[in-house]
Design a protein around this ligand. Structure first.
Ligand SMILES: [Zn+2]
Length: 465
């Protein structure tokens, strides 16, 4: 790409040539009283703007071709369910109407990696969240294997070397695992490499930043003992811990506990827009280090991937590219460009700033940051290098823990009070002899089946969204 000096030289030459022409033209036209050089100077400023913005555009395209974007959060799968009932056979993913994401626009936006969320709404908690999550993982896997432009990846190495649009799968909301470490492990086996601990609802073991739902309200228990085991198990598996949507208390508890760096996959700067989904400066700083004792700091080197949704960047207004860029500048000032990425939230959120309406518009943002003197190295980090660093660090922790056994803790039933949860074992208090034990086991199974049937009826009546 052209250096600043080359651009300046070009501008100076253009200026000199244009001014010479301007003066000659003035001589000719001023006599006729039709044109004043002031007009030509305005024209020059316009030309200068065209030359500068032209070179910025070229520089942006060159930079993004070299460092294709890895975006941390996209909800296309949710829209596929809502609009098309996950029937991929009925649509062409190259060009989909009524959404912000399709293959043609991902390519125009220089996207080289996309984390697709397997998200299910909070009202599925205590009902069929696990089934719905499986169906969302299924649709992402099918989408990313049926189209040659996509490549489903599950490792940092595969993500780094992919020449296609690499797809990673994340789960958005810990209610998806129904407080089951087995479910968490099986989701990992299906390719899930990141999980947000909560969405807009508490789980029995972690707390949301939102109070929209009444699930599992509690005080001073931002991460329960079972929640701590979930964090440790995610470290052991090599699954990224995503703190977007978590309450501040949960985020702080995770930052203290996690052996691996964590991410905010789609959150912006609270200091610029005071929304509960955004990250306050103090929490940004703990992403890098966390004080484990009076004298020691533990390095985390996490990542905050900025959400572009108008509601989180412009706080009420629609905003524009500049308003979105303010969040990047702010976070850079607080913790440095090394810890920033983009998690735009397309197709999850509805409204985006002018000029950033869909996945083809990322270059407008990069161009704005170039204009604000972000260096090529900082932008390479923002686009993909920082995410790869965190993913690799998470995998290194997994490798260090390779000798650890899978956690077998179960959440106490009193904490996961859920009528749809069956326990297929006799209780100790009712086992006086072998025969009565089998009788009681039979009763438990009968009651369980009854509850299961009841739940099935409830689930049938539940509308997804
Ligand atoms: Zn979200």
């Amino acid at each position: 790409m052209a250096t600043g000096l080359e651009v300046n030289w070009f501008v100076n030459v253009a200026h000199a040539g244009f001014m010479r022409d301007c003066e000659m033209l003035s001589l000719l036209l001023a006599k006729r009283g039709k044109l004043h050089c002031i007009h030509q100077r305005v024209l020059f400023v316009f030309m200068l703007f065209k030359i500068t913005s032209g070179s910025l555009k070229e520089n942006t395209a060159e930079l993004m071709a070299k460092y294709p974007l890895i975006d941390g959060h996209n909800d296309l799968a949710l829209q596929l369910r809502i609009l098309h009932d996950n029937r991929l056979g009925l649509i062409d993913l190259h060009n989909i109407s009524n959404v912000a994401t399709d293959i043609n626009r991902l390519r125009a936006g220089h996207v080289g990696g996309q984390v697709f969320a397997a998200y299910v709404i909070c009202s599925a908690q205590e009902k069929d969240a696990v089934r719905l999550t499986l169906e969302q993982i299924d649709v992402v896997r099918r989408m990313c294997t049926e189209y040659e432009e996509f490549e489903l990846v599950t490792s940092a190495q595969a993500l780094r070397s992919s020449k296609k649009i690499a797809c990673l799968i994340s789960i958005e909301g810990g209610h998806a695992i129904d407080s089951s470490l087995s479910a968490l492990r099986m989701f990992y086996q299906l390719g899930v490499r990141s999980m947000a601990l909560t969405h807009n609802c508490n789980t029995p073991w972690a707390e949301s930043s939102s109070k929209l739902y009444q699930f599992y309200s509690r005080k001073n228990e931002s991460l329960t003992n079972f929640g701590k085991v979930v964090v440790a198990e995610m470290n052991r598996l090599g699954m990224m811990i995503d703190l977007s949507h978590s309450s501040r208390g949960t985020a702080e508890a995770v930052l203290r506990l996690s052996r691996a760096p964590v991410v905010f996959s789609h959150s912006s700067a609270f200091a610029v827009c005071a929304h509960e989904r955004n990250v306050p400066d103090e929490l940004l700083r703990t992403l890098l280090f966390f004080r484990v004792s009076a004298s020691s700091l533990k390095e985390k080197k996490g990542l905050v991937m900025v959400n572009l949704h108008s509601g989180f960047v412009a706080c009420g207004g629609k905003g524009n590219v500049s308003v979105a860029a303010d969040h990047f500048d702010h976070i850079k000032n607080v913790i440095g460009a090394e810890y920033i990425g983009i998690g735009a939230d397309y197709d999850g959120a509805k409204q985006f700033p002018y000029g950033l309406e869909d996945v083809s518009k990322y270059p407008a943002l990069i161009e704005e940051l170039l204009r604000r003197n972000w260096t090529d190295a900082e932008l390479a980090g923002l686009l993909r290098v920082n995410f790869l660093r965190v993913f690799e660090a998470v995998e290194r922790v997994r490798d260090e823990l390779v000798a650890s056994r899978p956690a077998e803790e179960e959440i106490p039933l009193s904490e996961a009070a859920n009528p749809c949860r069956l326990v297929l074992r006799p209780t100790k208090a009712v086992i006086p002899s072998d025969s009565s034990a089998s009788l009681n086991t039979g009763k438990v199974v009968q009651i369980s089946l009854l509850l299961f049937a009841l739940c099935a009826v409830l689930v049938q009546q539940t509308v997804l969204m």
